[in-house]
Every structure is written in structure tokens, then in C-alpha cells.
Design a protein around this ligand. Sequence first.
Ligand SMILES: *Cc1c(COP(=O)(O)O)cnc(C)c1O
Length: 355
Amino acid sequence: MSYTISITKTEKSKIDALDFDNIPLGTTFTDHMFICDYENGAWLNPRIEPLRLIPTHPAAMALHYGQAIFEGMKAYKNPEGTPLLFRPEKNASRFNKSAERMGMPKVPEELFIEGLKELVAIERNWIPPQQGSALYLRPFMYADEAFIGMRAATKYKFIIMASPAGPFFSKHIKLWAEKRFIRAAEGGTGEAKAAGNYAAAIRPTELAKAKGYDQVLWLDAAEHKYIQEVGTMNIFFKVNGAFITPELDGSVLHGITRASVIELLRDMGYEVTERKITIDEIREASHNGSLEEAFGTGTAVGIAYIKEIGLENETIHVSDESPVAVKVNDTLNAIKIGKLKDKFGWMTKVERELV
Ligand SMILES: *Cc1c(COP(=O)(O)O)cnc(C)c1O
């Protein structure tokens, strides 16, 4: 089944006001959005229209009970200027896993992908040409039924917005291993990209930043012993020449960058093991000299190199250089912009007539 997406174009594009060499972070949006309404059990009226404010009833259920989920992905351009999406079908299926966990309706994957492609085609001139820049895409869904009471809403909106993003310069970051607050517990919503997960992370992140750290390293809810992930990134360690990353135990977000990096590392000949990892074993590996690298993986930053991890009474030094992580980052970026052969079949071209 194919969807008919109606298109209303803006009368005046805002693109001329954007300096592509100095894109402000997260505050610039393209001219249009994709939007679709859920009512009476069906997704209705998929359309692209000028980005605008959406009237919200004060009783809209998302505002009270938090039924809100999102995705994050990026569009790039290959050397011929064709827009490329990185594994969009993975975002579509993860979006629906989030929806299921939060008692929200699924968005047919074809509608999700068609909406993305149509929006990217219309906004293709907003994909920054600069190396390392990209058009960030934010699909999201929220409950907009006006109702006071605890149950799943019956009305939702599914929207995709786009925001140009400048190059992210990966510096070496410092993590704070958090033993008081938690991000996710088994059986909770840690695997969902649910808005509330991020709300709960804001205060602990502020406190870590006040201590001089860049991000929180989340530990398990029961014992504060096992490493989960970082901010909006999954985490990898290189110990004695091999890689380890926390297993997907029900509380860790299933990162698409994580899955891709595992494939890349194995392709490069490294051993990668997904298992439980304790903060103590990482401290021990640092002490005995076997901890060689650590890095975070996520769409927003790609790969973030980790230089140290702060604990209550000591600092774990990781490394000042991350040669393998740099190589993985370069390879991933080259695939995303079509400069390296896409041997894993990760890229989707957006080939559309311009309307
Ligand atoms: C989005 C996200 C990630 C990274 O996922 P990618 O698909 O690689 O972008 C990791 N952890 C959390 C908590 C996230 O929200």
C-alpha cells in the first residue's frame, strides 16, 4: 500500500536567512513539517505543510500523562547531491517498539518512511553541504486527546520536523558515574525513546555538569554496579585489544549506531562481546593498564571519545587518544555521505521528483 501525501508549500522559504557555516544548535527549523492525525483507530490525512504552531487543548493527554515518543536520525548528501538516509527502517521499527511500550498506536513503517522521504525531498536544499554537517530529522508522536483520566489516549499526532545541524567536533569527554539517580530499571521504559526518560535525566545531568563532567554514565537501578549507557549514547570499551559493550538487558536503548559499530568493528577484525560490565572491572582495567579506549555512540554525535570517568572517590583515567574509535567514526561518516562503498547496505537514497 502506498500513501498519498498532500503537499502545501510555504509561500516564502526561510532558507536565505541561514548561514550554513554557523548553524545554531537545535533552534533552526526547515520550512515544512510532515504531519498525520490518529483518530478512530486510523492514521488520517498525511500531509506536508508549512511548519507552524499547533493549537493544543490544555487537557491534551501528553501534557499530563506523558504519552510522547520520538526518534532521531540524519539526512546526508552523497557527492552527486542525492539525499541519503542511514538505516531509516531501523528508526521506523524502534519507533513502533516505543509506541507499543507506551500504549500508543503504531505508525505503519511505510508511512513513516514515505513521510521521511517526502519531507527530505522537499527540504533537500536544507541539507548542509559542509563536511560533518547534516539535516537532523525528528519524528515524534504525542497524545493530543483532551481528557482528564488515566488511560491510553484515542487521538495522537505523528509529526516529522527537520533541523539543519552543523559539524560536531568530537572532543574527549568526561563522564560522571551516577550512583544516586537512575535512568532505567528492568521492566521500565528504558528501551523506549519516551519523552519522560529524558525529563528524568535532566536534573542528574545538570548536577554532573556542575561537577565539571559532560554527561552522566548510568548504572543499573538495583545495585548501581553495572554500566548501562551515557546520556543519549550507548557505550563501548576496548580492553586488552577487544571490545565490550553492555548487553541489551531491557533497560538499555537499542542504539542503531551501536548495532552498526558492532558490525564495523567485527568487520575490522575485532572481537566484540555484549555482556554485563561492572564499573569496578573498568576501574580495575584502568589500574592494570588494559583499558585502551572508551567511546559513546549515537546519531547526534556519531562517536564521542571518552577520556575519563568520575566516581565518588576517584577518577578512572581512560585514554587521551582513541585511535580505533577515530577510525570507526571516519568509516561510518564516509559511508553516510556516500564516499565509501556501502557494503553493509545501510544507506537509502531519496530519489524524488521535486514538487
Ligand atoms: C537515541 C539514544 C541512543 C542512541 O541511539 P542511536 O540510534 O544510535 O541514535 C542511545 N541511548 C539513548 C538513551 C538514546 O535516547
